[in-house]
Design a protein around this ligand. Structure first.
Ligand code: AMP
Length: 188
């Protein structure tokens, strides 16, 4: 247990306090959605005002200086919307495949369990020249964040980093994403 914040102005005391709060409000579910997966359900954290406010503030600090917040379907939407309001930016919902009308940019990738497709609109949102940070709830193998970064770059954005609430140790997601800066509020 610990925290993996790599950049941003959070002090060590604030980080360890948030890390402990996240640990206490995470529900562990064994063998979901498939055998061998230890699922981290952050629903209790999101449902707790103190917990949700604390992670929103911490993610906003590490995301400051960017001008668009990309949230990954679906739990990343909750965080990205809240962080965008804190920072005074817009938010981009990175959707699962088949949800957006055409034209879309699309990336298919491997998950810790199975494969998935993510999409963003190819029209109507100007990404060129914008500094975008990616926000999600959990970093596992890094495939989701990597696919999101590819999508955003194909749209012309500069991806400044990724910020997650919880990082799973031992899956090397952070290494897969190098040299992209990754911030996590808690490692388990
Ligand atoms: P990955 O692409 O392997 O980094 O997986 C990250 C995405 O899958 C995130 O959107 C997470 O919500 C979800 N995810 C993967 N593994 C887990 C897990 N063990 N517990 C909770 N969510 C997970």
């Amino acid at each position: 247990m610990g925290c993996g914040v790599e950049h941003g102005p959070l002090g060590a005391g604030a980080v360890s306090e948030i890390s402990a709060l996240i640990a206490s409000l995470t529900r562990e579910v064994a063998d979901f959605p498939s055998p061998g997966i230890q699922f981290k359900d952050l629903s209790p954290l999101f449902a707790d005002h103190r917990g949700f406010a604390a992670v929103t503030d911490a993610l906003a600090e590490v995301a400051s200086g960017t001008d668009l917040i990309a949230g990954v379907d679906a739990r990343g939407f909750l965080l990205a919307g809240a962080v965008a309001l804190r920072l005074g930016t817009g938010v981009l919902a990175v959707r699962k495949g088949g949800k957006l009308p055409p034209p879309v940019l699309s990336e298919t990738y491997d998950l810790e369990y199975g494969t998935a497709t993510l999409e963003i609109p190819a029209d109507g949102i100007e990404l060129a020249g914008r500094n975008v940070v990616i926000i999600d709830d959990v970093l596992a193998t890094g495939g989701t964040v990597a696919a999101t970064a590819r999508l955003l770059r194909r749209g012309g954005a500069t991806v400044t980093g990724a910020a997650v609430v919880l990082e799973l140790a031992g899956l090397n997601g952070r290494d897969v994403l190098k040299p992209l800066p990754v911030s996590s509020l808690h490692t388990a």
